[in-house]
Design a protein around this ligand. Structure first.
Ligand code: GYE
Length: 339
């Protein structure tokens, strides 16, 4: 319901702005036009990000051309080409996967349109030459933080002497957050011989897919005579899907199976407070005001920072009492969440 409302607000904004563009001739009034190529609407994080960036651009009084690529790289490439044809002043771009952008980013560069990267990483030769600024979160540190929370929790529960089976729900394969959250998490749990990643599979950052993959994990574990002690999900949406699958299998999520996610969306806070989930690591989607600052810098002839990385925290309802300098209460933060 809340998600539907957020989508509605985002879409209304897009229509209002499309109408404004049509009337004003897309910036013919001397106003700036910003093209925003968004990945899709696969998660609460993504919807929060769309609303943040769209609102900030509109709030600055600029025209917005918004494109939702529906999780398809070819749609994003087409959107960038369309922005070039439309002659936008700036492009804001969150790339679905890391590779495959060389040709189109060269075209953006040749067109002389400043590119502001948000959220996910790209991986191509001399990539710094293709964007003016990159506003993001540190995905590898998020994976490390999720593992560190887990290790602290198991120690606190007196379980580090046990063999622990961890199943991993990965994000969209080839995306920056999938690659680096996995690396950070694996490297950190890999230092402890009792911690084993018993199954790993992508759930594409979606709740329904997370649920389906978790059902398979549970079936495979049962047929191997194995337990599942922990779910590590690359985002909260998939963790919430896993919770449903665990409950439908007759187990108690958050108690029989420890569940750790990433994003720190409101629904995860609610699940943690209800005891169905155990922790979430913050990754803020609220990048819109930073995008506006970068464009304002460029308009004023200043050089914006090349890289802007958001700070993060880890939230739970248990360890924050033991380690108040490392973890934060989910109950203290839930009221502040807008996504
Ligand atoms: O964690 C996930 C979303 O790219 C950081 O994408 C983002 C990720 C986020 O779908 O929920």
């Amino acid at each position: 319901m809340k998600k539907a409302l957020a989508v509605l607000i985002a879409l209304t904004l897009v229509f209002v702005m499309a109408a404004a563009c049509a009337e004003g001739g897309g910036g013919g009034s001397g106003n700036l036009t910003v093209g925003f190529s968004q990945i899709g609407s696969e998660s609460d994080w993504r919807i929060g990000n769309t609303v943040s960036v769209s609102n900030a651009i509109e709030g600055a009084g600029w025209d917005l051309l918004f494109d939702d690529a529906n999780q398809q790289q070819e749609n994003q490439i087409a959107a960038l080409r369309n922005f070039i044809t439309q002659g936008v002043d700036y492009i804001v771009f969150g790339p679905i996967v890391e590779t495959g952008w060389d040709a189109v980013l060269q075209e953006v560069k040749d067109a002389g349109i400043p590119l502001i990267m948000i959220d996910r990483t790209i991986n191509m030769p001399n990539q710094e030459n293709f964007y003016v600024s990159w506003i993001t979160n540190n995905f590898e540190e998020e994976g490390v933080a999720a593992a560190e929370w887990l290790i602290a929790y198991l120690e606190h529960e007196g379980r580090m002497g046990e063999d622990i089976n961890i199943v991993e729900l990965q994000g969209t394969v080839g995306s920056g957050p999938q690659i680096y959250r996995m690396q950070g998490f694996h490297a950190t749990v890999g230092r402890h011989s009792n911690l084993r990643i018993s199954q790993t599979e992508t759930g594409n950052f979606e709740t329904e897919e997370g649920k389906r993959v978790m059902e398979t994990f549970l079936q495979v574990a049962a047929s191997n005579g194995e337990t599942i002690d922990v779910v590590f999900a690359h985002n909260d949406g998939m963790a919430l899907g896993a919770i449903q699958a665990i409950r439908e299998a007759g187990l108690n999520p958050g108690v029989d199976i420890i569940i750790v996610g990433i994003d720190a969306v409101k629904a995860a806070f609610e699940a943690i407070i209800a005891g169905d989930m155990n922790a979430t690591v913050e990754c803020s989607p609220l990048l819109g005001p930073l995008v506006v600052e970068v464009i304002q810098d460029l308009e004023a002839g200043r050089t914006p920072p090349k890289t802007i990385i958001n700070p993060r925290g880890t939230f739970d309802m248990s360890l924050y009492q033991v380690f108040p300098d490392r973890f934060t209460s989910a109950a203290a933060e839930v009221g502040n969440r807008v996504y």
